[in-house]
Design a protein around this ligand. Structure first.
Ligand code: C2E
Ligand code: CA
Ligand code: CA
Ligand code: CA
Length: 279
């Protein structure tokens, strides 16, 4: 047992140093990607359940690493948040999204909205609202073309501060959604106080909405709650027809998931939108 413990200990220290080296390397690579334009922004359609039309898109960050291939955002975003690199990275995302929105806005697509995920660290900065305003101005975009997705965690601390910021965004005309709804620790109280527009039901509920009656009950309750508060509801991670029909039957407004489309490069999305989009 003693020997086993020793080898475990050795393995453990080896792993630890590997992970420190790994994080350092990744941090350097992230900087290189930031400096050299190594990131991509993909777009996933949001679909209206009644018409089947594309009514919006979520911008999702992609990092095609030159050696390791695609590194998922769930891997590098927490690191970028730790190192502070999330700030220049968020700026790149916003800049790119605004440029792309500008290119989408033709004909009947002049109001087409794109959702951008906002990191709590970015949202908490004192210049957050002015940075959003500046981007809209630089690309001459109407505020309704840009929607921000924030998680419940953002709403937890600094309540007064947060309410003020959301109020400024609302005044500007930028819509805000609560992402991953139902997975945070916050009370439902904020829903009635905050000027938000939409909630996105987390994929973990949608995933088992057919097989787990508790997930089904929670999902129905979230939709009812949102509608009573005059909020729109989006289901994320819709993968099957039966999930879609369940959600549609229970009055979910908009849908996002592999059943409709995976996130795709801007060029592909733009073509698809012209074929199936418009409102
Ligand atoms: P999220 O905001 O909840 O985004 C939805 C995630 O679900 C995306 O993963 C998307 O590709 C995935 N997804 C969409 N439909 C389906 C489906 O039907 N089935 C399954 N299994 N997955 C589906 P992705 O792109 O890997 O992003 C993961 C998370 O990384 C995002 O979760 C978001 O929290 C974060 N993220 C992505 N891009 C950005 C960004 O530009 N800025 C910030 N701050 N965070 C980002
Ligand atoms: Ca999101
Ligand atoms: Ca989510
Ligand atoms: Ca998420």
């Amino acid at each position: 047992a003693k020997r086993e413990g020793r080898s475990t200990w050795h393995a453990y220290t080896a792993d630890l140093s590997a992970s420190v080296a790994e994080r350092l390397a990744l941090r350097n690579d992230l900087q290189t990607a930031l400096d050299d334009g190594g990131f991509d922004l993909h777009y996933q359609p949001l679909v209206d359940g009644h018409t089947g039309r594309i009514v919006g898109a979520e911008a999702l960050l992609r990092w095609p690493h030159p050696v390791r291939g695609q590194i998922p955002p769930s891997h590098f975003i927490p690191l970028a948040e730790e190192t502070g690199q999330i700030i220049p990275l968020s700026d790149w995302v916003l800049e790119t999204a605004c440029r792309d929105i500008g290119r989408l806005r033709t004909g009947n697509l002049s109001d087409f909205p794109v959702m951008v995920n906002i990191s709590p660290l970015h949202f908490q900065r004192s210049d957050f609202v002015s940075s959003i305003r500046a981007k809209l101005q630089a690309y001459a975009l109407p505020a309704k073309c840009l929607e921000l997705e924030i998680t419940e965690g953002v709403l937890l601390d600094n309540a007064a501060h947060t309410i003020a910021k959301l109020g400024e965004l609302k005044e500007l005309g930028v819509r805000v959604s609560i992402d991953d709804f139902g997975t945070g620790y916050s009370s439902l109280n904020y829903l009635k106080n905050l000027p938000i527009d939409k909630i996105k039901i987390d994929r973990s509920f949608v995933n088992e909405v057919i097989s787990d009656r508790h997930d089904a009950a929670i999902t129905k309750a979230i939709i009812g709650l949102a509608h009573h508060l005059s909020l729109k509801v989006v289901a994320e991670g819709v993968e099957t027809e039966s999930q879609f029909w369940f959600l549609k039957r229970n009055f979910c407004d908009e849908f996002q998931g592999y059943l409709f489309a995976r996130p795709m490069p801007f060029a592909d999305f733009s073509i698809r939108l012209r074929e199936r989009g418009g409102r």
